[in-house]
Design a protein around this ligand. Structure first.
Ligand code: PGA
Length: 248
């Protein structure tokens, strides 16, 4: 079975000015200098260049939080994969539930965004996850399978190991209601089984996201199919995020 390096990503959402972002990186770097894990910071677009600049020579990678599927065009307010790659950004979060919910991000768009990111050399961090109603109706697996099939439709099986999948149950995001380690493990194992049908399940990193904190990180990250975390609220504080990296 391939070794899967732990992957810890800080999703800042619409937080941090350039000044706040550089302060965070300066505080974080000494705390994680010895880590062998993949540590990824996802700043807002305006702080990408500053964070990229600050982390040169370190193991920290930088991810954008969204991108448009087209290479260029009349899409006011949007940014393309090659524009991100030009900044030395290495990855991009795609399909976050907040984008699906508030900005009408569709599986059809994601089916184009994922290959566009890969073609530009960006590592997609594809988010999938069920709503509270879907979980209560016992439809979690059906939702995850549909999202994975739709969003990865145009990705060759051989390219799947270049992707990271984040399982983020919507009911656990920003709510303080973390999935239990068992619930998170079951969903991540199911995602791996879906990917195994395309011969790539064992190589793909699968993250859990949803109210991950220093206090619950170790137990979640100890689950066999959870290879890392996508952290929102607790990743705004360098000490908390460093503690989560250490817990992995
Ligand atoms: P949270 O956010 O850690 O604040 O729940 C996670 C996410 O949305 O990626």
């Amino acid at each position: 079975m391939p070794e899967r390096t732990p992957y810890l990503a800080a999703n800042w959402k619409m937080h941090k000015t350039v000044a706040e972002a550089t302060d965070f990186v300066d505080a974080l770097l000494p705390r994680i200098a010895a880590t062998q894990h993949d540590v990824v910071i996802c700043p807002p677009f305006t702080a990408l260049a500053a964070v990229v600049e600050r982390r040169y020579g370190t193991a920290v990678k930088v991810a954008a939080q969204n991108m448009h599927e087209q290479e260029a065009g009349a899409f006011t307010g949007e940014v393309s994969a090659s524009m991100l790659a030009e900044l030395d950004v290495e990855a991009v979060v795609l399909g976050h539930s907040e984008r699906r919910q508030y900005f009408n991000e569709t599986d059809e768009a994601l089916a184009l965004k994922v290959p566009a990111a890969l073609a530009a050399g960006l590592e997609p961090i594809l988010c999938v996850g069920e709503s509270e109603e879907a979980r209560d109706a016992d439809q979690t697996k059906g939702v995850l399978e549909r999202q994975l099939q739709a969003d990865l439709e145009h990705v060759a099986s051989a390219a799947l190991p270049d992707l990271v999948i984040a399982y983020e149950p919507i009911w656990a995001i920003g709510t303080g209601r973390t999935a239990t380690p068992g619930q998170a493990q079951d969903a991540c194992a199911f995602i791996r089984d879906v990917l195994r049908e395309r011969d790539s399940g064992d190589a793909v990193r699968i993250l859990y996201g949803g109210s991950v904190k220093p206090a619950n990180a170790a137990e979640l990250l100890a689950q066999p199919d959870i290879d890392g975390a996508l952290v929102g609220g607790a990743a705004l504080d360098p000490d908390d995020f460093a503690a989560i990296v250490e817990a992995a």
